[in-house]
Structure formats: C-alpha cells, structure tokens
Design a protein around this ligand. Structure first.
Ligand code: XMP
Length: 524
C-alpha cells in the first residue's frame, strides 16, 4: 500500500492512478489525516501531492514533519516537494519568477531517482515559490532557469522529491521517475494485478452476502455496472438478478446487445423492463435540458423500484413462510468507482453503507445493503477487470454513455421519430469510428441532433430541408476536461457521406471543435 496525501488540488487521483500503473496499490488520504493514522496503515511509502501555489500562503495546508522521520519512504511532488524541503530545514523562497506549463529541466546528477533520465528534458510545472536550498543530507539532482533545486533525494532516508508534476502526460519520463522512487528507493513490490483484484473481490462479496442472500443489480449498458454485475455473478451465481430498464433512449442495438452479449458472457439472470412509452409520455413537450434530466431520473427510479419489488418481494415472502432463516436483507449492487468515493469525501471509507428504500410492495423495514465491488478502482482498471472476467470487448471498451441517453442529445423535444433518426446517424458514426480503429484513442463521440434547426440542401435533383447533426469527438482522461479530437479527414468524410445518404431527414453533418472547458462534452 502506498498512501497519496491529497493537498487539495486535484492531482491526487492522477498520482494514485500512476502509482497503480506501476503495479503498486495506492489509496488517497486527506492531508488532514493525522500522520500517526497514516503510519498505522503500514504504508510502504507515502507520496505528497501538489497543492496550492505557495507553502507560505495564508491557510496553506501542511503536514506534521514526523512524516519525514518515521522511516517510511516519502516522495514529494511540487507542493509536496516544497513541504519536504521546508520541513527538513531547507529553504523555500519566492524567486519572483513563476513557472507554469512546459518547462525545460537540466539533470545535473542522476542519482537513483533520475538515474537513466536524459539530462535535458521537458516537464510540467506549476509553482510560484522555489526551493533555493536543499535540506542537509540531500543530493540536488536537477535545476531549471528559475529553480536552483528542482529535484533532490536522500536515498539513505528514503526521501525524494521533484518540483514538477511527474503524473501529468506532458511531463517526459514522469512514470519512470515515479517508478524509480517506488521500486529503487522505497522498495515496493510490483504485484498489483487485475487477477488479484477479481479473486479478492469475489471472496469479499461471498463474505458480505453470505450463503443465502439475494442481490439485485441495475444494468445501464455501461461498463461499470456490467463489470460490477459480472463479479457478483461469479461470487453468488443465480442469487443475483440483473435489471435493465429500456427507457427507449438507448442507442441502436444496445438493448439487444445487453440481452445477448452480457448474458452470454456471464450467464446472469436478466430482467428487461420495457419502459419506452412511460418515458416518452413523460418527456412529451419538454425542451429544457434540466427538466429532461429530472424527468428521466425520476422515471428511472420509479421503474427500477417497481422491478426491484417484483423480483425481490416474492423471494422474501417465500423465505418468511418457509422460515428457513434466509436473511431478510437484500443487496443492491452498484458500480461505484474510486473517484466517486474520493469526491464524496470517503477516501478511507468502508463499503457497508445502508440505504433505505421504501419500495411499493416490499416490507417497510427491508434494508438494502450496498455491494460495491469497484469502490477502489479507476475506470481504466475496471476495463481490465472486465477483460479478466471474459466480458466482450464491445461492453468493456465501449465509450461512456450518459444515463439520460439520447434524451440529452436531441436538442429540442424528444420524440420517438427523432430518436429513430438520431439512432441511425449515431450507429453510422460509431460503426465508422470502430472500423477506423480509433475507438480507444477517442474518449467519446456523441452525435447530437439539432431537431429544431433546419437548413436547405440539395440532393439528387431536389432541394432538401433537413436537420443537421453534430459530431462531438473528444479526447479526455477523466471527462473533467476534454479536448476536441482531430479525427482524420477521410473518416469524417465517410461519416458525413453515409449519414446524409442513409438518413433521409439529415442533410448536414458538422463537427464540434470546442474543448472542455468552455464547452461540456454533452450538449445538454
Ligand atoms: P459533460 O457533458 O458534463 O459530461 O462534459 C461529462 C461526462 O459525463 C457523462 N454524463 C453523464 N453520465 N449521467 C451519466 O451517467 C448523466 O446524467 C450524465 N451527463 C453527462 C458524459 O457523457 C461525459 O462522459
């Protein structure tokens, strides 16, 4: 276990991911956790993340210097580097020149940390103050034009740090530097693999659910719920029932794919609820995005709860009649991921949160206990677990798709007819993207129908007056920020030609070239 101490600047999650990419398990803890508590968890190493720009700023978060003297190896990055320097008697001062973005560093002496790193390379910086003198006992390894001490180490004591951000993609050799710390300085063993996770989780779930407990899982069609369900199915077999609500806002072939591929791969019991009419009736006449989202969310919960009642109530009644001591508790499987856990402040939390549902048809005192087998995982790890479990590539590598589905990709009122148009266009775009082999380079490519917009075109001999669609291809690491993807022109051409030829109502294809921010990925 490596602990990543979060100083509150959004870098901690990325660092934790990079540590795991080095096959060392990591968790994030808040900087407010007492050092004694951190050490009590017996970490093999501690990493201090970046944070606010200056250690001298008012209210700047700190850490008890005991963290540096306990014998546990510590690595400081950016702000964490400055905390280490200052905490051990070095000197941190405003040099008057800020460094932000890509910066050239010069490695003077590689040492253990920068051993095989080229002496001149480019890193990502974001700081105002600089370390001007390293603490006693440290070797200075690198510098920049502005920063005399940009990296240092004291291998004897297991302490090291860099002024830059090794975790971001713009930093050259960042992962190598991190691995040098983890492996060569902290002597961590690189044993964290997806096989281990699956086995561990299956054991855990069996213990939690017991010999007779029943569980239910809502499938959304997305990778998270599919992988969560597949693990639980492995653990408890047909005591798991999966419920899939088809709200009619799914993409072409999506429901059939779940029915076919998911069941084939897992053998799970699947209940498909056809709720298209209910959703479309509720959405009739609605154009406001927030209102659409609220309606879809509300109808979804209603439908899912009714399905829960239908699946679980007879089981529970049965166990009460036969008095076979079956536990009354039922389990609800959720595909909660680690970033959700961290963001809701439960970084070190456990998984036995109880949620009370008051579902029509179920006993009032029925408690659902949550089963969240992906609580410690990042999205990319979930995909690897999915592969490990034998789920088909179409499920594991599919792009994220929002819960409200195509409902928020039709700008204007959502109707069955418009959904069908969008489904066709979207299917063509996805098919061509997949064929070009770019699926894994692109985070998502929503296709948006501007249903209330019409423009004039010409097709064959005739004038057309059709709708435009917008392609929204983006690259991203976590959907918090995104860049518009530079798709090859010939791919865009194929998509455009096919959509305008094959979907009668569409006579124009456009591409959204806005990054996030300022644009969001979805249009609504
Ligand atoms: P935005 O549009 O905010 O989207 O840039 C960020 C990511 O979240 C997805 N998204 C949703 N996912 N329920 C979901 O499960 C939702 O209501 C929802 N809205 C947006 C979006 O597809 C993108 O990946």
């Amino acid at each position: 276990l490596v602990l990543v101490v979060d100083f509150g600047a959004q870098y901690a999650q990325l660092i934790a991911r990079r540590v795991r990419e080095a096959r060392v398990y990591s968790e994030i803890v808040p900087h407010t956790m007492p050092v004694s508590e951190m050490l009590a968890r017996n970490p093999k190493a501690i990493v201090l993340s970046g944070g606010p720009s200056s250690v001298y700023a008012e209210g700047a978060p700190g850490i008890d210097t005991a963290v540096f003297t306990a014998g546990t190896p510590v690595f400081g990055m950016c702000y964490g580097f400055q905390l280490m320097a200052r905490g051990l008697g070095g000197e941190v001062a405003p040099t008057g020149a800020r460094e932000y973005g890509r910066t050239a560093v010069t490695v003077s002496e590689g040492g253990t940390l920068l051993g095989d790193i080229p002496s001149a390379h480019t890193v990502w910086m974001s700081h105002g103050d600089s370390v001007v003198a390293a603490p006693a006992g440290f070797d200075v390894l690198a510098s920049t034009n502005v920063t005399p001490v940009a990296a240092f180490e004291d291998v004897e004591r297991g302490l090291a740090g860099v002024q830059w951000h090794p975790e971001v993609l713009h930093t050259e050799h960042g992962q190598k530097v991190l691995e040098h710390f983890l492996v060569d300085i902290a002597h961590c063993r690189q044993t964290w693999t997806m096989v281990n996770i699956v086995d561990e989780q299956i054991e855990k779930i069996r213990t939690q659910i017991g010999e007779r407990g029943k569980a239910i899982c809502g499938l959304s069609g997305g990778v998270d719920s599919a992988v969560a369900a597949a693990i639980v199915q492995r653990a408890i077999g047909d005591r798991l029932t999966c419920v899939y609500v088809d709200h009619g806002l799914m993409r072409k072939g999506e429901t059939e794919q779940i029915e076919r591929d998911f069941v084939a791969a897992t053998g799970a019991e699947l209940v498909v609820v056809d709720a298209e009419k209910q959703f479309l009736d509720a959405l009739a006449g609605v154009t406001d995005p927030e209102e659409k989202r609220k309606i879809i969310g509300r109808e979804f919960i209603r439908t899912f709860e009714a399905a829960e009642a239908e699946v679980l109530a007879p089981e529970i009644e049965q166990s009460a009649v036969t008095g076979d001591g079956a536990e009354k508790v039922a389990f609800l499987v959720q595909g909660t991921l680690y970033p959700d856990v961290v963001e809701s402040g439960g970084g070190a939390g456990t998984s036995n949160i109880k949620s009370h549902h008051n579902v029509g048809g179920l006993p009032d005192d029925l408690e659902f206990e949550l089963v969240e087998p992906l609580r410690t995982l990042f999205k990319d790890e979930v995909r690897l677990v999915g592969e490990q479990l034998g789920l088909p590539g179409e499920i594991v590598w599919r792009h994220p798709f929002p819960g409200p589905g195509l409902g928020i990709r039709i700008i204007g009122e959502v109707t069955r007819e418009r959904l069908d148009i969008l489904r066709e266009a979207d299917a063509i775009a996805r098919e061509e993207l997949t064929r070009s082999g770019l699926d894994r380079d692109i985070w998502q490519m929503p296709v948006v129908l501007l249903a209330d917009v019409r423009s004039v075109g010409v097709q064959g001999d005739g004038r057309t007056y059709g709708h435009p669609v917008v392609l929204r291809p983006v690259t991203s690491e976590d959907a918090m920020t995104a860049d518009w993807a530079r798709l090859p022109y010939d791919l865009m051409e194929r998509i455009s030609t096919r959509i305008t030829n094959e979907v009668r109502e569409i006579n124009r294809v456009t591409v959204d070239i806005t990054s996030k921010p300022p644009g969001t990925i979805e249009w609504e």
